[in-house]
Design a binder for this molecule. Structure first.
Ligand code: PRP
Length: 180
């Protein structure tokens, strides 16, 4: 069940595209000596971001996915992170970039990095399109962040509210219309 809401545009598709181009340049520099970069998208939220990001990376990449879930209900993060689907490839001795749509409490990213680090990659870096530092509980920060945002409920560009709105081409802010 969802309450009635409207969506206000927060970050336009054009602004996102420009930022991804910048970030891709920094990633290419950091991994300039990589034979083939393993880009791991965290499902489901990162599917739009990873698609746009890898198309800006003019280098050899292997795309893999890992599905983690941290939200026990529609709006609140729980501390328990479950791995629902692991990556398919081996990453020992390899260069890996984890792609996250949003870092909120940080528990998801912290948990995923712990698991992947234990497999002894050569380099392991992270990129998050959005960061909500005010919500952080785990001591973690992505190597690259697209945009720092305030503690607003956001949707679009892969991010959902109750499995809706992932297909919006921009990042929007949810405003509940029955707020008093
Ligand atoms: C969301 C989001 C991040 C994570 C961030 O995923 O996509 O992966 O929560 O929260 P955290 O920093 O508090 O851990 P979610 O578990 O909702 O799954 P989804 O990507 O399938 O929407």
């Amino acid at each position: 069940m969802t309450q009635p809401y409207v969506i206000d545009e927060m970050i336009s598709a054009k602004t996102i595209a420009a930022r991804i181009e910048e970030l891709a340049g920094e990633i290419r520099t950091r991994f300039a000596d990589s034979d083939k970069l393993v880009v791991v998208g965290l499902l489901r939220g990162s599917f739009v971001f990873i698609a746009d990001l890898v198309r800006e990376l003019d280098m050899n990449v292997e795309v893999d996915f890992l599905e983690a879930s941290s939200y026990g209900n529609e709006m609140e993060s729980s501390r328990e992170v479950r791995i629902l689907k692991d990556i398919r490839g081996e990453i020992q001795g390899r260069d890996v970039l984890v792609v996250e749509d949003i870092v909120d409490t940080g528990h998801t990213l912290a948990h995923v990095l712990k698991i992947l680090n234990a497999r002894a990659p050569r380099k392991l870096e992270t990129i998050a399109l959005l960061d909500k530092p005010s919500r952080r509980e785990a001591d973690i920060r992505a190597t690259w962040t697209g945009f720092e945002i305030p503690d607003e409920f956001v949707v679009g560009y892969g991010i959902d509210y109750a499995q809706r709105n992932r297909n919006l081409p921009y990042i929007g802010c949810v405003r509940f219309t029955n707020d008093t």
